[in-house]
Design a protein around this ligand. Structure first.
Ligand SMILES: [Zn+2]
Length: 112
């Protein structure tokens, strides 16, 4: 039977990655749904243009690139380089680190 070693620092690093990914997903979906809801409500409920719509769009326009950048630049727990980015190319769905090949969700540096 093969024994799997779990490095607590890796678990903490993956937990930070989860939060960054959730923040990005929340910004993506939450902003879109809020904008769609406000656009539907526009005129129907308030009888005129919704003043907050442009501020919501502006905050979405600022938040989305920031959260995307934080996911792309998340440091690999093994090598410390951006896990999802190599040079100018960012692949947020990559199954392994683009620098050292560490598999996503690996429990330690000795993962296959
Ligand atoms: Zn790496």
């Amino acid at each position: 039977m093969r024994q799997v070693f779990k490095d607590p620092s890796y678990e903490a690093a993956w937990q930070r990655y989860r939060w960054r990914a959730l923040a990005h997903l929340g910004a993506l979906l939450g902003g879109f749904l809020s904008a769609a809801l406000l656009a539907v409500m526009r005129g129907a409920v308030l009888g005129g243009p919704v003043a907050g719509l442009k501020y919501l769009g502006l905050s979405w326009f600022i938040t989305l690139p920031i959260t995307s950048y934080r996911v792309a630049r998340w440091p690999c727990p093994r090598c410390g380089h951006p896990f999802h980015q190599r040079g100018e190319v960012a692949l947020c769905t990559t199954p392994s680190c683009l620098h050292c090949g560490l598999p996503k969700w690996a429990a330690s540096a000795h993962a296959p």
